[in-house]
Design a protein around this ligand. Structure first.
Ligand code: URA
Length: 434
């Protein structure tokens, strides 16, 4: 076999065999096949696409490229949850303790933020002393004892994806449905859960800008999971504005705590309940999502979910007092307000621009080596559909360092559109695919 022939075959729009994909991916991971050949192949995939069987084969080859977690020593049905990436998406911080409080084991491997999207591991590290690097046995023991653990991905989970993703990032081949689907699903499959729930974001702050594309991505991933023996459900949720109000690590932890108290933003609570109910259903704990939501609402109201969050923090060495006193979380030195330039209704909030503005303040990374400032970020004071008067507060920037403040402020101002007519409200959840 030769990499050249495989690239040529894909360029001609033909279906590759599992053996060919295995040859290509294992040769790439071992260093025998160079970056430029994989880049050419990825570009051929970008233009020619892949058949269903082919994406499933690529996914299993990538999942097999490293360690596969064995979670069989955790009792119960393990349901993993994954978001395709959004702005202000602190759902995992709410969902993990909430679902665990319902008795479903949550063994969650999470990632760090990159670019305009945040990552759960960075957010959790905003809790003083919280350890996100857990040894495999401690991770398993914690889930067995508390029903929940959230840890950073181990280095050797789907290493083929790690290398390929970095290459795609610099060769304009990230936004290809078969490549995104195989990237996400290879990591999920290697992470060893019994069932998988996907939150596929759609809108101006997501990879997928249009509903039809998001649906295709969701269906592709659901088919891969089901074909490879891990029942998978996808919820397509709206990312035409940040989720909740906070964008930034400590700010999002604070908002997640408020949500666990039942005092958080309506959209963050609604999506957490919707995804949580799907997880309970996948785990066989409830007959339908209506029953699931009712159960989860009770756990919010009784304080059981909040208590579970405290237990999670305690078990991973963090300062659990932040739950009762969120002021213990890092705060920025100053606040800068953005005011409405005119009266009307908010008809657009470009989530990606808000995410980029937060990144410029230091809340996110421009590259993998960059360090982040856990205290900074943005709080949206008004969201889509709100009626505002000239001079009302639109958002507050939480700032420590002025060097990029002017650009961040301008980005945020430009993210908002105010018009005389109110738009029809969008659904937060567009579709559930199973
Ligand atoms: N997230 C991933 O893990 N992979 C992609 O390709 C895109 C988003």
């Amino acid at each position: 076999m030769r990499a050249y022939d495989i690239i040529l075959k894909k360029r001609a729009g033909k279906e590759l065999t599992k053996a060919e994909l295995e040859y290509l991916i294992s040769g790439y991971v071992s260093g025998e096949i160079p970056d430029y050949q994989l880049a050419a192949w990825a570009m051929a995939v970008f233009f020619q696409g892949m058949k269903k069987q082919e994406v499933a084969a690529l996914t299993s080859v990538m999942a097999d490229s490293g360690e596969q977690l064995d979670l069989s020593s955790i009792a119960g049905v393990k349901v993993d949850k994954h978001s395709t990436g959004g702005v202000g998406d602190s759902v995992t911080l709410v969902l993990a303790p909430l679902v665990a409080a319902a008795g479903v084991p949550v063994a969650k491997m999470s990632g760090r933020g990159l670019g305009h999207t945040g990552g759960t591991i960075d957010k959790l590290e905003a809790i003083p002393n919280f350890r996100t690097a857990l040894a495999k046995q401690e991770f398993i023991d914690n889930v067995n004892r508390l029903q929940v653990a959230v840890a950073g991905q181990t280095a050797n989970l789907a290493p083929a994806d790690k290398k390929l993703y970095a290459l795609r990032d610099v060769t304009a081949t990230v936004d290809s449905i078969p490549l995104i689907a195989s990237s996400i699903m290879s990591k999920k499959i290697a992470a060893g859960a019994d069932k998988i729930l996907l939150d596929v974001k759609v809108g101006n702050g997501a990879f997928m800008k249009e509903l039809a594309e998001a649906e295709e991505l969701a269906r592709t991933m659901v088919e891969i999971g089901n074909n490879l023996g891990q029942e998978t459900v996808a919820v397509i949720s709206d990312m035409n504005q940040p989720l909740g109000k906070a964008v930034g690590n400590a700010l999002e932890v604070k908002e997640a705590i408020e949500t666990l108290r039942g005092e958080g933003p309506a959209d963050l609570e609604e999506l957490s309940l919707c995804l949580g109910a799907e997880m309970l259903k996948l785990a066989g704990r409830v007959e339908n999502t209506k029953e699931g939501k009712a159960k989860l609402r009770e756990l919010l109201a009784s304080g059981a979910a909040l208590e579970k969050f405290k237990e999670l923090i305690r078990a991973q060495g963090g300062q659990e007092e932040v739950v009762d006193n969120p002021n213990l979380l890092a705060t920025s030195k100053k606040r800068v307000e953005i005011k409405a330039p005119k009266s009307g209704y908010i008809t657009e909030i470009l989530a990606e621009e808000v995410g980029l503005a937060a990144m410029l303040l230091g809340a996110g990374r421009e590259n993998k080596e960059a360090t982040i400032d856990l205290a900074v970020g943005i709080v949206l004071e008004a969201k889509l559909g709100a009626k505002i008067s000239k001079g009302d507060k639109l958002a507050t920037l939480h700032v420590n360092e002025d060097s990029q403040l002017a650009i961040a402020k301008e980005k945020l101002e430009n993210a908002y559109k105010i018009e005389a007519e109110q738009l029809v409200a969008r659904n937060l959840v567009h579709q559930v695919i199973n």
